[in-house]
Design a protein around this ligand. Structure first.
Ligand code: ADQ
Length: 461
């Protein structure tokens, strides 16, 4: 069996007590089985980059990390990855910053990663690169003579061609993708956008799953990520989960709860969500003193101005709406700026009658799947899901909404709140089946198999 090498911006190693995302858990399981290695940035900085690698082994998983210079972090991570590509890939060209130094920092760090990485890759290893931070790394590895199979999975959307061409040197970036053997997307929509670009901007041609540009061929597939379903169910039985369940029961009493759980990110549509909830309160007097929205949103990427703006805006909105509607014994929005462990999240989700997942654009959105997994099948809550989340392509039995239309979302909240039990059960059962069977282990097995069965071909000389 070939060894698996996983590469991502940050490495998330197993720790006995830390809350772990589904992605980390799935990749760790794959690495443990295949005896592989996880490579990425340590999260630390050094004055001068030296390419030295720190190895660590925890619970059968081996990691290799390198430190970066502060300038690298600023230009590559806070710069090109999070100020340029993230907004652009979420269709927000109005927020994307195109400083040249970001682009050169991005290329420099990808080169810096490729140097120690190529030395570690042995013949027969399968290499799996994750996400938009590392798009050009395969082309760097090829320059070092790496002939292994290399796959790339994009966790975010791929933007429409008309938006992508606003990126200076877009062609240069996309051409580097042809150094991979396989590229995976969350949905058909992102795959189609990618192929559209290849055909219309690069003069490529598509034959089934294969796309060819000049003498370079790439297999492009859809492979939607899932959650670690079994692990998630187990998390709901822990003491932390049960303690929070009890606290929720006491604090909610007769209140019906709506839950939102997101990183504080403009792509998650949080301002629009609060606006929709305000519409709901305006239209439904009966919800006053009987409904509460719990929105959990821990700050992320705090070095980037737009994240500071969205945070200020949400503080202001939550305060204003609460000020306008609250009574001495009721506050409509509980806005919480901290993260919760996975165990505690299961308790939050299961206490809710409605899950509000309304991003303006999202590669997949795992919260939608976690909410479904946490529901009691005999009395399930209802998922209200944005049509612009990748998850909507799979989760058709949710109440699908346009997050830009506050009245529509408000109506969906009302419909979810008043939905008869039989309909809730029917919708939940169908959703649960998908979440259970297409879980994160299904996803990584499918993607690793795709890389392993796709032969590596060198471009003709
Ligand atoms: P994210 O944008 O981070 O991920 P998402 O998939 O919703 O988005 O969440 C990832 C995880 O973070 C979930 O497991 C969730 O429970 C956890 N999380 C979110 N908010 C939290 C909170 N307040 N407290 C604790 N945990 C919280 C990117 C893409 C997504 C894609 C994933 C995986 O943007 O579209 O689904 O990668 O591919």
């Amino acid at each position: 069996m070939s060894r698996l090498i996983v590469v991502s911006n940050r490495v998330s190693m197993p720790t006995p007590d830390a809350a772990q995302g589904g992605l980390a858990v799935a990749l760790q399981a794959a690495l443990r089985e295949a005896g592989g290695l996880w490579f990425g940035w340590s999260g630390r900085t050094v004055e001068e980059f030296n390419g030295s690698v720190s190895f660590e082994e925890i619970d059968g998983v081996r990691s290799a990390t390198v430190d970066l210079e502060p300038q690298d972090v600023e230009e590559y991570y806070n710069g090109f990855a999070n100020r340029t590509l993230w907004p652009l890939f979420h269709y927000r060209i109005d927020l994307a910053k195109y400083n040249r130094s970001f682009g050169s920092g991005y290329e420099r760090v990808n080169k810096r990663f490729a140097e120690p990485l190529h030395v570690m890759i042995e013949p027969g290893d399968t290499v799996w690169i994750n996400d938009y931070h590392l798009i050009p790394i395969a082309s760097q590895l090829r320059e070092h003579g790496v002939k292994n199979r290399i796959g790339f999975f994009l966790h975010t959307p791929w933007p429409p061609t008309r938006l992508l061409v606003s990126l200076p040197y877009h062609e240069r970036l996309v051409r580097t993708i042809f150094a991979y053997d396989v590229i995976g997307f969350q949905t058909e929509e992102w795959l189609e956008s990618f192929l559209h670009y290849c055909v219309n901007e690069l003069g490529g041609s598509v034959d089934g799953e294969y796309v060819t540009v000049d003498d370079m061929t790439l297999r492009a597939v859809v492979c939607p990520i899932g959650i670690d379903f079994k692990n998630f169910l187990q998390a709901s039985t822990t003491k932390a989960a049960q303690d929070l369940s009890e606290r929720m029961r006491v604090s909610l009493r007769q209140l019906s709860m709506i839950v939102g759980v997101d990183r504080l990110d403009y792509s998650k549509g949080l301002e629009e969500r609060l606006n929709s909830f305000e519409h709901y309160l305006n239209k439904h007097e009966e919800a006053h003193r009987s409904v509460v929205l719990i929105q959990v949103a821990p700050p992320s990427r705090g070095q980037v101005e737009q994240y500071q703006h969205v945070r200020e805006k949400l503080n202001e909105m939550a305060g204003r709406i609460n000020g306008a509607f609250a009574e001495v014994d009721w506050t409509p929005i509980r806005y919480v700026n901290r993260g919760y462990s996975r165990d505690e999240l299961t308790a939050l989700y299961s206490a809710a009658k409605v899950g509000l997942v309304t991003p303006l654009r999202d590669g997949m959105n795992l919260v939608a799947k976690e909410f479904v997994a946490a529901q009691d099948p005999e009395d399930p809550g209802v998922l209200v899901l944005s049509r612009f989340a990748g998850a909507a392509a799979q989760m058709k039995e949710a109440l699908i909404v346009n997050p830009y239309a506050p009245e529509e979302v408000a109506d969906a909240i009302h419909r979810a709140m008043t939905m008869p039990l039989a309909e809730r059960k029917r919708r939940h059962q169908a959703l649960l089946e998908g979440v259970r069977t297409q879980d994160v282990h299904w996803w990584r097995e499918k993607f690793v198999n795709l890389i392993e069965e796709t032969p590596h071909t060198e471009p003709a000389e």
